[in-house]
Design a protein around this ligand. Structure first.
Ligand code: SF4
Ligand code: SF4
Length: 75
């Protein structure tokens, strides 16, 4: 799933554009926009580094299952 920006929280600091290794974000008129959602590979950097916790996404279930099966989540 592509990242979603919470406009209420976002302060347009530009960190997400700077840190995204996939260049998914672009600042348009000083506001971040998700320009290439299909190219997000869910590294999590934008979730971790956004100082306002304004970015979220849902990880596709097929990506979560191997992690779950390895025991990273409580069963
Ligand atoms: S890092 Fe967070 S607060 Fe900063 S521009 Fe991106 S979404 Fe907005
Ligand atoms: S999860 Fe990674 S690749 Fe996807 S938008 Fe965030 S920083 Fe970019």
């Amino acid at each position: 799933m592509p990242p979603v920006i919470d406009r209420e929280r976002c302060t347009s600091c530009g960190v997400c554009e700077d840190i995204c290794p996939g260049d998914i974000f672009k600042m348009d008129d000083d506001h971040p926009e998700v320009h290439y959602p299909e190219e997000c590979f869910h590294c999590g950097a934008c979730l971790i580094d956004c100082p306002e916790e304004a970015v979220s996404y849902r990880i596709p279930l097929p990506m979560l299952l191997p992690v779950y099966e390895k025991g990273f989540f409580e069963k």
